[in-house]
Design a binder for this molecule. Structure first.
Ligand code: BGP
Length: 458
């Protein structure tokens, strides 16, 4: 399959994150993260983070598969508690650093560009116990120290950095920040949005540090971008879609790219009665530290309508109802297949940020799968990849500066919400929720499809 209009040196890649693939949850001095703790609460229902697909011990074999598939980039994350087990140590854990030196060196030897996320949902649990994690401003300096260490160690090898993965998801699912979900709405969101502010400040400082030290490198956030569509042609549904998309996705991009918190975002917080503690320096810090590219995690569109009693509710997520479009296909977990939404979303990014380089850091189709005679016939994933790549190439033809595509996921991994039965990989791993089985890797049909795409579109 040949797609028109793709630039030379396009980075064809794939994506994973540390706690979802590595396992080895306490090996070589690694500390526990909030992602570990959160998964242990459901250990009796589904796979947790302890072993997952054991990439920590299989990484050589996994990199060989990436090479065989033809990948030009690999987007993965460094486990923060592998480097600072409790989060507050003065010196980093050498064994943790060694693991990532080996991985990064091997990727580079194989001509695969590392795209490295610093923090993908796994803040060291020690920081949550010590001072409440991101809810406290103290997290800012601990994150900066961690980033500084990553730049010292890997700054000369890594050209593409991502600071924080899906900050908006952390805010809407604040147990991922260690915030108690049983707290009343207002109290819970007060904490979550305060944490959000601290992440913005930490991230801005890290953007600046990277640009000062490594001016040729690229650094940005990995934003959860859900193209949000109105359920009807009525203006109030259109407005509901705009409000939600702006609040959830674009506010994150505005702060990262323009260094300013949008007024509509501040207004929503005050409607909810949330007061963010800020210092007099904060606006300056945000302005001084901005991203020079952007990662977007794009899976599907969401379709919304305004609730009839919308004016009554102060909380945005309660004013807006998500609806299902029965003409679209959905995964078993309710994520739709709507590839034109990707082109539309990319065009919106160009409208706002002109030619900022865009890396698609996640995009993928999940399903339950069985290995049959050593094969996995994942036709729906192939269709998903084909149609999304097609729409991405049309967007590039429209002038959008997409430089890399990294579907989620390179290999089967632990789903954040749904364990091991919800598979995303182009490589199948022989394990189930509760049985480790052989852990053998098998190439799915999508592996061969993507290999062909990469081979023919260089
Ligand atoms: C994104 C995350 C990923 C990944 C994906 C799929 O939000 O960045 O870590 O997990 O969504 O979600 P899930 O694992 O819940 O299926």
């Amino acid at each position: 399959m040949i797609y028109k209009g793709l630039p030379k040196n396009f980075l064809w890649g794939a994506s994973t994150s540390a706690f979802q693939v590595e396992g080895a949850y306490q090996t070589d001095g690694k500390g526990l993260s909030i992602a570990d703790k959160r998964s242990f609460k459901k250990s009796d229902q589904q796979l947790d983070t302890k072993v997952t697909v054991d990439h920590y011990n299989h990484w050589r074999e996994d990199v060989a598969l990436m090479k065989e598939m033809g990948m030009k980039s690999y987007r993965f994350s460094i486990s923060w508690p592998r480097i600072f087990p409790n989060g507050d140590e003065v010196k980093p854990n050498q064994a943790g650093l060694k693991f990532y030196h080996n991985l990064i060196d091997s990727l580079i030897e194989n001509e695969i560009e590392p795209i490295v996320t610093m923090y993908h949902f796994d803040q060291p649990y020690g920081l949550i116990e010590k001072y409440g994690g991101w809810v406290s401003r103290k997290s800012v300096s601990d994150f900066i120290r961690y980033a500084q260490c990553l730049f010292d160690e890997f700054g000369s090898k890594v050209n593409y950095w991502l600071t924080i993965n899906e900050q908006a998801v952390l805010v809407v699912a604040p147990d991922m920040l260690g915030i108690d979900l049983t707290l009343p709405d207002k109290e819970r969101y007060q904490k979550a949005f305060q944490a959000n502010h601290h992440m913005w400040i930490a991230q801005a400082e890290v953007f600046k540090m990277c640009k000062d030290r490594f001016p040729k490198s690229k650094i940005g956030p990995a934003v959860s971008y859900i193209t949000t569509l109105p359920a009807s042609k009525k203006s109030y549904d259109l407005m509901a879609a705009k409000e939600l998309e702006d609040f959830y996705s674009f506010a994150q991009m505005e702060v990262s790219i323009r260094g300013e918190i949008p007024i509509y975002f501040k207004n929503e917080l005050s409607k909810m009665g949330i007061n963010i503690r800020m210092t007099s320096e904060d606006e300056h810090i945000l302005r001084e530290g901005t991203a020079n590219y952007i990662g977007i995690n794009w899976y599907c569109t969401t379709i919304v309508e305004a609730k009839v009693d919308s004016s009554q509710n102060d909380f945005i997520f309660k004013r807006i109802e998500r609806v299902r479009d029965n003409e679209l296909k959905y995964t078993d977990w309710g994520w739709n297949f709507d590839p034109v939404g990707l082109r539309y979303g990319l065009r919106q990014l160009m409208d706002r940020y002109e030619d900022i380089p865009i890396v698609i850091t996640e995009c993928g189709w999940s399903q339950e799968e069985q290995l049959v005679n050593g094969k996995v016939n994942d036709q729906m994933r192939i269709k998903y990849l084909d149609k999304h790549i097609e729409q991405m190439s049309l967007a590039i033809g429209d002038g959008v500066n997409v430089i890399s595509f990294n579907p989620w996921s390179f290999i089967d991994l632990l789903s954040v919400g749904d364990g091991m039965e919800k598979r995303y990989g182009m490589v199948y791993v022989d394990r189930s929720n509760f049985e480790e089985k052989t852990m053998k890797r098998y190439k799915k049909d999508s592996f061969y499809f993507y290999q062909d795409v990469i081979g023919k579109n260089q």
